[in-house]
Design a protein around this ligand. Sequence first.
Ligand SMILES: Cc1cc2nc3c(=O)[nH]c(=O)nc-3n(C[C@H](O)[C@H](O)[C@H](O)COP(=O)(O)OP(=O)(O)OC[C@H]3O[C@@H](n4cnc5c(N)ncnc54)[C@H](O)[C@@H]3O)c2cc1C
Length: 271
Amino acid sequence: MLTDYRNESYTKALTDVVNTYKPEILLLGATTLGRDLAGAVATTLLTGLTADCTELDVDSDNSLAATRPTFGGSLLCTIYTLNFRPQMATVRPRVMPMPERVQKPIGRVVEHQLGMVEADIVTKVLAFVPDRDKATSNLAYADIVVAGGLGLGSLENFQLVRQLASVLGAEYGCSRPLVQKGWVSSDRQIGQTGKTIRPKLYIAAGISGAIQHRVGVDGADMIVAINTDKNAPIFDFAHLALVTDAVRLLPALTEAFRKRLSPHTRDRIAS
Ligand SMILES: Cc1cc2nc3c(=O)[nH]c(=O)nc-3n(C[C@H](O)[C@H](O)[C@H](O)COP(=O)(O)OP(=O)(O)OC[C@H]3O[C@@H](n4cnc5c(N)ncnc54)[C@H](O)[C@@H]3O)c2cc1C
């Protein structure tokens, strides 16, 4: 019954588990599935849900302090669920640093028998039809991301981003205006209303670095920005600033990496 995701069966199961064990706090990933499920479970349990959190803390009285961007990313607000339990939150994938591995974890796995019967679930999975768009992105989990912005000037010039990404074994992404222009699909948008990324290397070409873009890339280990304007906001948080024309630099970088990296090395960098 839980083999394929169905909102109804998963909501019933999770609600049952929560009602049995009565946790103070319930966390889910802000993935496509997690967002769908969390809203339904919170509604069924008549409790509050703070969605898309970027930071979590627990106060001394077990209150969950759930922090998320608001007002277009210009403010961070911390939300408490005061009168209802459990306190629910969804957290964007990869917004938090990976914790150190604990050799002997203290968490407990509880096996719980569900009393559901298939006949009670009205939604049925008839077939699984895979997405035919093979080019869908894996941005959130990529170690290297190359992205382009409006500064590239045309869809043709955006191909320079894709070529560099291909040579580096990287994923490619973009700022929001390129999605709005229809140059790039929305699953490759990086930022507050797009993907949050946490790569080892992020190369941003022709991107100004607006706050809504910045919140999506702040977790990158190394940010290299290419921009003609030395006062562009992206240089306030980039680790390496290249003040130059991206349309000229990108092909030169691609060529240089192509010469120096064998396919084997590229695989190693990206893994
Ligand atoms: C509610 C809301 C949500 C948003 N969510 C997102 C989001 O998720 N992601 C996102 O990206 N944006 C988002 N935005 C939009 C954001 O505010 C910016 O408008 C957007 O990020 C700007 O995109 P850009 O940097 O590509 O373009 P621009 O701001 O136009 O910047 C282009 C840059 O390219 C430089 N440039 C020009 N020519 C060249 C060249 N030849 N070589 C190198 N550099 C050059 C310019 O100096 C400039 O800095 C959101 C906005 C709102 C209001």
